[in-house]
Design a protein around this ligand. Structure first.
Ligand code: CIR
Length: 273
């Protein structure tokens, strides 16, 4: 299934550097999903039924936020493939096709590429490893996490592609440890305002942005997904919920406990554009 890219002549919205989102791509979780990678096995084995229910709530929230959602079929050979965000980074008419770091996820980017045939595609190559979960478009800059999944070669390739397409915008590399992806532990709740999971150890300062560090027991909630005037948050985290309500009129609190068990969050379940 091919999806058309977003027209580039619309005004910038919440995402600052990007046009307002109008569409999203998701993939239904496969029955093999529990064979996927996780650093959170201590949370227990997730149930497939509950995972599908969480996924359905998520898709419904994307639609309520006004997005036209394309749902791709599950693929049993890739248990992590519903974390579609890791396979590509979309900006305007460009799809930067990532290069997953782990053998079990290598190939997901090929699986995603046909759905992105309407985009101008740029491929990570050579020694690059990069996953979309490490890429955060903010109000006035792009942050690329340097993690166990994204190396400097991959980050440089993406930086070049972004600057070729969007002009000489600021792209900062953010080395960190303690969580899986950059957006596992750091997202932009409102323009210029980042929320941070204290389990994530940032190895550099983030200058010129406000950073709110959540209480440790709410660390998982640092992964929020603003969509134009709406925001999706994980249900059950009162500090984060209060902050979201301060900045957004439309807050959707979603059941994420099953997704968390496989180290997933709100951003990774879709590609928005
Ligand atoms: C993994 O470890 O790769 C998957 N189980 C979870 C990926 C989550 N993706 C993301 O946060 N962008």
């Amino acid at each position: 299934m091919t999806t058309p890219p977003v027209p580039t002549d619309r005004p910038a919205a919440f995402n600052g550097l990007l046009p307002p989102f109008i569409r999203a791509i998701v993939r239904r979780p496969a029955a093999s999903f529990a064979k996927g990678l996780t650093n959170r096995a201590y949370l227990g084995v997730p149930s497939y039924e509950a995972t599908l229910a969480a996924f359905d709530s998520y898709v419904a929230a994307l639609r309520t936020a006004g997005l036209e959602v394309t749902e791709l079929e599950a693929d049993e050979s890739y248990p992590d493939a519903h974390f579609v965000e890791d396979a590509a980074v979309l900006f305007n008419d460009t799809a930067f096709i990532c290069r997953p770091a782990t053998p079990s996820r290598r190939g997901e980017e090929q699986l995603m590429a046909p759905a992105l045939a309407g985009f101008r595609r740029v491929y990570a190559e050579g020694d690059a490893t990069i996953e979309g979960g490490d890429v955060l478009f903010c109000k006035d800059r792009v942050l690329i996490g340097l993690s166990r999944r994204t190396n400097r070669v991959g980050a440089e390739q993406l930086k070049r592609a972004i600057q070729e397409r969007l002009g000489d915008i600021r792209v900062d590399f953010i080395p960190f440890t303690g969580v899986l992806h950059l957006k596992t532990g750091l997202t932009e709740l409102a323009p210029g305002l980042l929320v941070h999971d204290p389990h994530m150890k940032l190895e550099t300062d983030i200058l010129g942005m406000e950073v709110v560090t959540l209480p440790p027991e709410e660390g998982y909630a640092a992964s929020v997904l603003p969509i134009n005037q709406h925001i999706l948050i994980a249900d059950g985290f009162p500090t984060l919920a209060a902050l979201a309500a301060e900045h957004h009129n439309e807050v959707h609190a979603l059941p994420m406990a099953e997704i968390e068990k496989m180290d997933g969050g709100l951003t990774c379940l879709s590609l928005r554009y």
